[in-house]
Design a protein around this ligand. Sequence first.
Ligand SMILES: NC(=O)c1ccc[n+]([C@@H]2O[C@H](COP(=O)([O-])OP(=O)(O)OC[C@H]3O[C@@H](n4cnc5c(N)ncnc54)[C@H](O)[C@@H]3O)[C@@H](O)[C@H]2O)c1
Length: 287
Amino acid sequence: METDQADYRIAVLGGGVMGTNIATLALGHGASVVLVDLDDALLAGARTTIRQKLRHARLMGALPDRPQGELTTTTALPDVADAAVVIEAVTEVPETKTKVLAEVSGTVRPGTTVISNTSCIPIDEMAEAMARPDELVGVHFMNPAYLITMVEIIRGPRTGDRTMESVRALLAFLGRDGLVVNDAPGFVINRVLHPLINSAARLVEEGVASAETVDGLLEGCLGHATGPLRTADLIGIDNLVDSLNVLYARTGEESCRPSALMLRKVRDGDLGRKTGRGFYDYGSVIS
Ligand SMILES: NC(=O)c1ccc[n+]([C@@H]2O[C@H](COP(=O)([O-])OP(=O)(O)OC[C@H]3O[C@@H](n4cnc5c(N)ncnc54)[C@H](O)[C@@H]3O)[C@@H](O)[C@H]2O)c1
């Protein structure tokens, strides 16, 4: 794949927490980005968030000394037709993802790499929806994608060699390192992290300790940079519940059944930083 920034065009589907993270990373490395979401209000919000995240990334010295890429926003999926790479970051609901991926696959040129940033859905399950299943690969960008340089790469059983090469070229362009894992529900990171967060929420629910104490112990004793419940607020508790539902449906493991406390927080709209309150109170929305 050609990685000349002048004509590196990346499509990002979904302008939420991760879509804006990934768009920031790509724009900050000089790629042009076409960002797709469902309506103009969501896209206007995403533009503001990306501006803030670009400022944050620059302040943290996380971007190279290159001209920033150009951002285009659209509600029309066919606008991704000439992208070199498509990165899907829509809601973690299998039916939503397969519908979007089927449409993308019918829109882009054959040979275009399609990346899913899914947290937990097996790549091969979604490859079923693709016109060319070998073009789908998982890249699990971390949050925030512009600060954390490591990513988890998921090679599905049908992911092609050419697709793997194009992912490596993309990650090199974006200054990311990747480790490749096999396909499975939740892969490595979230098969470990999500049950941990779920168990932490259950401890709070059972009154064993407050969120601050659970996080304080995992940070202070186990060296976690951010405790599990602060991490839950960063991720978004709605996304966590969706991801746990995907894991529970595919593994049957009790540790993956979303805790009553997290379900209650989703019902009450306390989704974490994105709504200003989750396990912690932030006073205002933090993007
Ligand atoms: N939040 C995290 O920390 C994190 C980290 C790694 C991976 N992920 C994964 O990234 C993906 C996105 O998660 P998120 O946290 O950004 O979710 P989010 O809810 O913040 O954003 C999802 C966005 O997708 C949009 N969307 C839904 N259907 C769409 C469609 N058909 N076409 C275009 N846009 C559509 C929504 O309007 C929304 O803006 C999920 O698969 C999630 O599991 C999340």
